[in-house]
Design a protein around this ligand. Structure first.
Ligand code: ADP
Ligand code: MG
Length: 795
């Protein structure tokens, strides 16, 4: 028997039976046959299974193909849908690009332009009748409406752009879906490829299995021949069979996996389909929404256009009607215009000649004005002349009045009895008055009544104001440029200081005079500008001291002005400009302080010295520039008691001599002035020399003779009253003057010595110059500080 070897590897079942003729080989062959048949069965089974597998594979293939074609179809469909959507979108875009809204806007703009042109035409027509008419208002309304419509168009545009944006978003999402679809398709393709590769592998395996079938047949035959070999081959084929079974199981597993993958791909496809359907629905909904909105916008737009159009038509109709009215007005106005033109031409002709007329008129007006100015000037001159004449007249009248009253007036003031007068017979009242004549005073002297007649007698009950009223006229004359001297004369304790200075509660002539000057100056402030300044000095033992200076001890000299004017001045005498009563009080206080620090017993000292308050009033007439200067000298004289006769010695005697000398000199000067002598002995005392300007010329002097009423002072009172009466009698007349002069007692300290002086040139009657005497401006407080240097004050 031929044994076919198959390269060492045999296929076949181990149960093959032997066909040899040996008796031991029969069961083996039988078994081998059995094995063979089993193998055959297995083989046929395997073939069946393979067939099934093949069928299933073919089915799977066809399924796969169907699925892939289905998917491809779906993709194609989706692509088509996408294209159609894109087309739809582009169509919508194109539709949106040239929307009716824009067209409507354009139409409105055109209409607006047309209306504007019409308005301009209307404006170009005669303006007067149309001013403020309804047309302009209507056109404004139309313009407003147009702008509203434009606003609406803008809003519509905004909405449109929003819709565009939405469409764009949808398109983007579609593209995204498309991308995802592509990715799925790619995955699908890969899966397909993988599956087909496996299929191919399976085919190959099957083919190899098929190819292996002949060797099995051979093996069976070989088994029949070679049982040992067959047995081996059987076991091998069994192993092989086992291996094939494993492979089939693997194939089954692969198939199962493939089925699962197929299922998952089906699921994915379903999901994608669902998504596509959802997007389609969304797209559909968005499209529907967009269409709805567009439709509503379109409706709104149409409605607005219709309304605007209707309104515009109505308004245009009204405008046309108005225009027609305006035209008719224009026609009626034309004749008026013609007459106006004629008038205008006439006026034009007149205007041509107007400059000439104007020049002529100007010339004549200028001439008239010049004439008027000249007249006014001459009138002013006349008025000024009259004013000056009046001023002179007033001065003259005043002079006359004072002259009539007397340039030197003498009044007596009797003080009341005081505690200092004591008690007893010495303190009894020696003075009585005439109830019917206030110029008479009676004195009981050593038991004998003596009467005196003066210009006025003030009883002890007379107030400070009463006395001041008497001197008031003199003080105001100072403002008019007169020099005034008011002396308080009398024995110590008779009330001189009380009358001149008074008390803080009841001030005397000094403060009241300055108050009066302030008020008078203020009244005249509209026409005159005044400055009031004060100096204070004292003369003690014929030495002149500045009470307001920084060095009150310093002796001051009276000198002639170096300008050769013949006027006198006191170098170093302090002068303060004062503007209020406060300033005055400060000046007085300062002077008083100076005096107090200098002298321990001020009362005694003041009774032995002359105290002078010199007030200078400088005025400028604002209209004429006329300048005046008046000086008011308020003098509290030293006590007139005759100390010399009581046997005083030493400095007391010297004081008395000085006082006697100065009071005598005062009497001499007054006498010389009243008797109009060529020489007035001013230089005989410091007092008269200092008051030279204020005593001479048309100056005025008032002597207040202070009288003590008590018995013990009767002798001094008699003396004072005699002096007063004599002084007063001097001015009664040149004839009587001389007669009176003769009656002066030569023993008394005020003895009249009319011819004892050598002739001297008379001092000038007018006031001191203002040039070197300007008062220092600024507050009195500053002036009172000891930094400044006193300036010379003319006297
Ligand atoms: P003199 O200055 O002449 O020495 P005073 O003025 O000092 O005299 O007066 C002496 C006193 O008499 C003072 O106490 C003063 O107050 C008082 N006296 C003077 N006159 C009057 C008067 N008219 N009314 C009241 N008191 C007077
Ligand atoms: Mg006194």
């Amino acid at each position: 028997m031929n044994v076919e070897k198959t390269g060492g590897r045999l296929f076949g079942s181990g149960r093959c039976s032997s066909l040899s003729g040996s008796p031991g080989a029969a069961p083996v062959v039988h078994r081998m046959v059995e094995a063979m048949s089993q193998l055959q069965e297995e083989k046929s089974q395997l073939q069946e299974e393979l067939e099934v597998l093949r069928e299933r594979l073919a089915l799977h293939d066809s399924d796969q193909q169907a699925t892939s074609t289905q998917l491809q179809n779906q993709v194609e469909n989706l692509k088509e849908k996408l294209i159609s959507q894109a087309q739809e979108v582009s169509r919508l875009r194109s539709e949106l690009g040239g929307t009716d809204l824009e067209k409507h806007r354009d139409r409105l703009m055109v209409e607006n332009e047309r209306l504007r042109q019409e308005l301009q035409e209307l404006r170009a027509q005669p303006a007067a009748p149309c001013l403020g008419c309804e047309h302009s208002q209507e056109s404004t309304q139309l313009r407003d409406k147009l702008s509203q419509l434009q606003l609406e168009v803008a809003e519509n545009k905004g909405m449109l752009s929003e819709l565009n944006l939405e469409v764009q978003q949808k398109t983007d999402r579609l593209a995204e879906v498309e991308l995802r679809l592509k990715d799925c398709l790619a995955e699908k393709a890969q899966e397909e490829e993988r599956l087909s590769r496996r299929l191919r592998d399976s085919h190959e395996t099957i083919a190899s299995l098929r190819a292996q079938s002949p060797p099995v047949k051979y093996v069976i035959k070989t088994v029949e021949v070679e049982s040992s070999k067959t047995k081996q081959a059987l076991s091998e084929s069994q192993a092989r069979n086992q291996h094939l079974q494993e492979q089939v199981a693997m194939q089954r597993q692969v198939l199962k996996e493939m089925e699962q993958q197929l299922q998952s791909s089906h699921q994915l496809t379903a999901q994608l389909r669902a998504q596509i359907a959802m997007y389609e629905a969304e797209l559909e909904r968005a499209h529907g929404q967009m269409l709805e909105e567009m439709q509503s916008l379109e409706e709104d737009k149409n409605r607005a256009i219709e309304e605007a159009f209707a309104r515009a038509q109505v308004e245009m109709k009204a405008v046309h009607e108005n225009l027609a009215g305006v035209r008719t007005n224009l026609l009626t106005l034309q004749p008026a215009l013609r007459t106006l033109t004629n008038d205008y031409n006439g006026l034009k002709r007149q205007v041509r000649g107007f400059p000439m007329l104007l020049q002529e008129a100007l010339r004549s007006v200028k001439a008239e004005i010049g004439q008027a100015i000249e007249e006014v000037n001459s009138n002013n001159q006349e008025l000024l002349r009259k004013y000056r004449r009046e001023l002179q007249l007033r001065k003259k009248c005043h002079n006359e009045l004072v002259r009539l009253k007397g340039n030197i007036r003498v009044i007596a003031r009797v003080r009341p009895v005081t505690k200092e007068d004591g008690e007893g017979p010495e303190a009894t009242n020696a003075v009585t008055f005439d109830p019917d004549d206030d110029s008479i005073i009676h004195l009981l002297h050593k038991g004998k009544p003596v009467s005196f007649e003066l210009d006025k007698v003030f009883s002890p009950w007379a107030s400070q104001q009463d006395v001041f009223q008497e001197v008031q006229a003199l003080i105001t004359s100072c403002i008019d440029g007169f020099n005034v001297c008011i002396f308080a004369y009398g024995q110590t304790g008779a009330g001189k200081t009380y009358t001149m200075e008074g008390t803080p509660e009841n001030p005397g002539i000094n403060q009241r005079a300055l108050q009066l000057l302030f008020s008078e100056v203020q009244e005249k402030a509209s026409d005159w500008q005044y400055t009031i300044s004060v100096s204070a000095a004292e003369i003690y033992n014929e030495v002149l001291r500045d009470l307001l200076g920084r060095e009150p001890q310093e002796k001051l000299e009276i000198r002639l002005c170096p300008d050769g004017s013949g006027q006198l001045y006191v170098p170093g005498l302090t002068e303060f400009q004062v503007q209020s009563v406060d300033d005055i009080n400060k000046v007085f206080e300062f002077g008083h302080t100076n005096r107090t620090t200098e002298f321990t017993n001020l009362n005694e000292h003041s009774s032995r010295s002359h105290a002078l308050l010199i007030v200078t009033v400088r005025g400028v007439d604002c209209s004429t520039g006329l300048r005046t200067i008046g000086k008011l000298n308020l003098v509290d004289l030293a006590g007139s008691e005759r100390v010399g006769k009581s046997g005083a010695e030493g400095h007391r005697l010297r004081e008395a001599q000085h006082i006697n000398k100065s009071l005598s000199a005062l009497g001499d000067v007054i006498a010389a002035l009243r008797s109009r002598q060529g020489h007035v002995p001013f230089r005989n005392s410091k007092l008269t020399y200092l008051l030279q300007d204020s005593l001479s010329g048309d100056s005025k002097t008032l002597m207040v003779v202070q009288v003590s009423p008590v018995e013990k002072n009767a002798s001094e009172t008699l003396y004072s009253l005699k002096f007063a009466e004599r002084v007063r009698s001097v001015e009664l007349g040149p004839g009587s003057r001389r007669t009176e002069l003769g009656s002066w007692s030569s023993q008394e300290h005020l003895e009249w010595e009319p011819a004892c002086q050598t002739p001297q040139p008379s001092a000038r009657a007018h006031s001191a110059p203002t040039s070197g005497t300007s008062s220092r401006p600024g507050s009195i407080r500053r002036k009172l500080q000891p930094s400044g240097r006193s300036r010379p004050v003319p006297v």
